[in-house]
Design a protein around this ligand. Structure first.
Ligand SMILES: Cc1cc2nc3c(=O)[nH]c(=O)nc-3n(C[C@H](O)[C@H](O)[C@H](O)COP(=O)(O)O)c2cc1C
Length: 194
């Protein structure tokens, strides 16, 4: 484990409404094995894709999908964020600064603060071929946000073949990338803790 990882750090795992969402516990477990405290956040659409109770048991923390009510405790500050699986919808919104749900609010702000953020998409080749999507990927990379799509990362699947690719979804690549990014991150900058 690198020096900067010695004290326990908080990873936000942001889940969107795409095929691998129900397996996000795999990423949570991998991160916990490497010493991270994990805070799961879900888009409103993703809530029905995941087992909220199981994830809350696994992390010991509430799954966040909306702004907290007055008096509810804040989430710990993020040292890094992984969006996985990231949908076509959320990638396009994030790239264009749209913040119309809680997790987009948090991640838009975190990117602005320089919090290491990594995006692992799960999109079919039709979505991936769209000009707006390609532009979104480039915009995010231009803000030093790795989007793990293409050779050596997530490869878009043919339409309607997503379920057969779930076993090879590269969860661990997103964690490796987040840890690489945190190595070069200055400690004064920290993420949202709303
Ligand atoms: C069963 C099901 C599977 C879906 N799979 C994907 C997917 O793999 N990738 C994707 O980008 N969108 C997928 N979608 C569409 C998204 O769920 C939809 O665009 C949604 O608005 C995304 O919301 P979010 O980005 O806020 O999570 C799927 C929808 C359903 C109902």
């Amino acid at each position: 484990m690198p020096d900067s990882m010695r004290e326990q750090k908080t990873l936000y795992v942001v889940v969107c409404a795409a095929g691998p969402a129900s397996d996000v516990g795999i990423l949570v477990g991998l991160a916990q094995e490497r010493g991270w405290t994990v805070q799961v956040m879900a888009t409103p659409a993703a809530v029905s894709f995941i087992d909220v109770e199981a994830l809350e048991k696994q992390t010991g923390r509430p799954v966040r999908s909306q702004h907290r009510a007055l008096g509810q405790p804040r989430s710990p500050k993020a040292d890094a964020i992984i969006i996985a699986p990231a949908t076509f919808n959320t990638i396009n919104k994030l790239a264009n600064g749209i913040a119309d749900n809680y997790v987009l609010d948090v991640v838009n702000e975190a990117i602005g603060l320089g919090v290491p953020t990594v995006i692992l998409p799960f999109v079919n080749s039709a979505y991936a071929s769209r000009a707006p999507f390609k532009a979104s990927v480039e915009k995010l990379r231009g803000e030093q946000v790795p989007v793990l799509i293409g050779s050596g990362a997530f490869i878009p699947h043919k339409i309607r073949s997503g379920p057969s690719t779930l076993d090879t979804f590269p969860w661990v690549a997103s964690l490796d990338q987040a840890e690489e990014k945190i190595e070069s991150f200055t400690t004064e900058q920290h993420g949202s803790h709303r």
